[in-house]
Design a protein around this ligand. Structure first.
Ligand code: DQA
Length: 146
């Protein structure tokens, strides 16, 4: 099983950016935690972070063409307004799981809407790194029902 963990803008600054919201641990710490879950379960993880919308779209398409079994996707602020990201997820049959560290439903009004809401297979948010853990467990469970 192969899963793309795709992180959007400013998530490379985890641990530095607004630690009171996003925590003090880094993106590398998050990736290490996910590998600990994935490895014993035979799941290969590919980690990509980009600050650029088009690069995120290219990777979603690549995940489709290369037959990844799923994408765990935190689009950062693109979540709230990028119809190009919405269309990219709608265009592929690869399961995409939307994740957020913070609880976007309880923050500023502009964060409460997600363009992925109608196209993501599942959504986990508000649980910091645990949101990603739950997304990975979800994809593993989906795979086991095949
Ligand atoms: C975020 C929430 C977004 O509103 C914000 O722009 C981010 C991170 C989260 O993980 O909580 O960059 O996606």
């Amino acid at each position: 099983m192969k899963v793309l963990v795709l992180n959007g803008p400013n998530l490379n600054l985890l641990g530095i950016r607004e630690p009171e919201i996003y925590g003090t641990e880094s993106l590398a710490d998050l990736e290490r935690e996910l590998v600990i879950i994935a490895q014993p379960r035979g799941v290969e993880l590919v980690f990509v972070q980009s600050n650029h919308e088009g690069v995120l779209i290219d990777w979603l398409q690549q995940a489709f063409f290369e037959n990844y079994d799923g994408v765990i996707f935190n689009p950062g602020a693109y979540t709230h307004y990028s119809y190009a990201i919405h269309d990219a997820v709608a265009s592929i049959t690869t399961p995409v799981i939307e994740v957020h560290l913070s609880d976007i439903t309880q923050r500023e009004a502009f964060r409460q809407h997600s363009v992925l809401e109608t196209v993501a297979m599942a959504r986990f948010y508000g649980k910091h790194f645990q949101s990603y853990h739950e997304a990975l467990y979800y994809l593993i469970a989906e795979e086991n029902t095949k």
